[in-house]
Design a protein around this ligand. Structure first.
Ligand SMILES: [Zn+2]
Length: 410
């Protein structure tokens, strides 16, 4: 595809180019005067500040929630240790109870012997004396009482530990609920934060856009109370003429197969006019005023290279004409032009290759859009939406593809 197109172009001695503008903005102003535009700027700056404050507030809420979680987690850890300790103590107390019960059993057995059991005589005779017998009797009884008390106290301690275990388990449930709640809160705070961050990017871009608009108007001598549509002194006109004394259409406006990449359905924002060497004069297509100039930074390349945007008022309808791939620019922003003004010269060939990344041969790319791009709107997509085919009869009347013209008027 590429070879075929290039061959075709070479056969005609023509150049082709693609245009991918490298700047996009999205701000559309409602201001009628420069003062209103400045107020809009102040409002957006305030929004940027508010947004930063909201971001900080959200961040500290997230940190507070994280702190609560980590406190709850360490409390759970301590509680689990306490639960384990309580369990262990209950086990030990149960062992103590079992041992004490065994002792009581033994003591009761001896007591039973003494109270008339069959082995009574055996036990009596086992006593070395009557006093031994009395001692055995009383000690047994006392020990049994003592052990009973002991068991009761062990059981009380077990109850206490069981209560503690339950209390700690309940607390753990409560803490886990708290953690779950805080984690949910953090997730939603994080969502909110990323929304703020996104908003901040948009807001900062908007501030930049409005600042540029304000600067444009101020540079053109507008005062705060001036209407934006009238403070820019611009010579109106009744129609357009061609931007070159001769030329040939080498590419149409609209969707086309890309001449270099072969990509289908690429939108071409204007028409390409070849048939002129680099350095040939390019004229404004109507009276007006230079609205914007775009050129690559020194040492950098850009698609479209050096570009001039001219504002027009044709019978009350505002237009922006755009001239791309220029070799030189002969005008300044704000300069009044007539349709005889040379705004620059044809480039796009070897002499512009060091700063032009999207042209394969000398030609002029001409775009025409309704409204003033960079003034009544600044959004690239709005510019694209407002584009018209500049080659149509009612505009510059450029003959069809491959056909030459030899005059600026018809
Ligand atoms: Zn083009």
């Amino acid at each position: 595809m590429r070879n075929k197109i290039l061959k075709g172009s070479l056969a005609l001695g023509l150049a082709v180019a693609m245009i991918i503008p490298c700047f996009t903005t999205a701000y559309s102003s409602n201001a009628k005067t420069l003062g209103e535009l400045k107020a809009e700027l102040a409002a957006y700056k305030k929004k940027v500040n508010d947004n930063a404050a909201s971001q900080n507030k959200t961040k500290s809420e997230i940190n507070a929630a994280k702190n609560t979680i980590s406190k709850a987690e360490s409390e759970i850890e301590v509680n689990q240790q306490r639960i384990e300790a309580a369990k262990k103590q209950i086990e030990e107390l149960n062992v103590e109870i079992a041992e004490t019960q065994e002792e009581i059993k033994n003591l009761v057995r001896s007591y039973e012997i003494m109270s008339g059991d069959n082995n009574y005589l055996e036990y009596i005779f086992g006593a070395s004396s009557i006093s031994d017998f009395i001692i055995r009797y009383s000690i047994s009884e006392q020990l049994a009482d003592y052990n009973d008390n002991l068991i009761t106290s062990y059981e009380d301690k077990i109850d206490e530990n069981e209560r503690l275990k339950k209390e700690l388990a309940d607390r753990e449930i409560a803490l886990n609920n708290q953690i779950a709640e805080k984690e949910k809160a953090i997730a939603s705070l994080n969502n909110q934060l990323s929304e703020y961050v996104e908003d901040a990017q948009d807001l900062k871009q908007q501030v930049k856009d409005i600042e540029n608009m304000v600067k444009n108007y101020v540079d053109r001598g507008c005062k705060d109370n001036d209407l934006l549509t009238s403070c820019v002194n611009l010579m109106s006109d009744t129609g357009f003429v061609r931007p070159l004394k001769k030329g040939v259409r080498t590419s149409n406006f609209g969707y086309r197969t890309h001449p270099v990449t072969g990509e289908k359905n690429k939108f071409h924002t204007g028409i390409d006019i070849g048939g002129n060497a680099e350095g040939t004069n390019v004229y404004s297509i109507a009276n007006g005023k230079v609205g914007m100039i775009s050129q690559p930074a020194p040492g950098k390349k850009a698609c479209g290279g050096k570009i001039v945007y001219v504002y027009h008022n044709i019978n009350g309808q505002l237009y922006t004409s755009t001239y791309m791939h220029l070799l030189s620019i002969n005008v300044k922003v704000g300069q009044a032009v007539t349709n005889e003004t040379v705004i620059g010269t044809v480039g796009g060939g070897s002499r512009t290759q060091s700063w032009e990344s999207c042209s394969t041969g000398p030609h002029l790319h001409l775009s025409l859009a309704k409204g003033w791009y960079g003034s009544t709107y600044v959004s690239y997509s709005t510019w694209v939406a407002n584009l018209v085919d500049p080659g149509l009869k009612q505009y510059t009347n450029i003959p069809g593809y491959g056909k030459y013209f030899y005059s600026r008027t018809w």
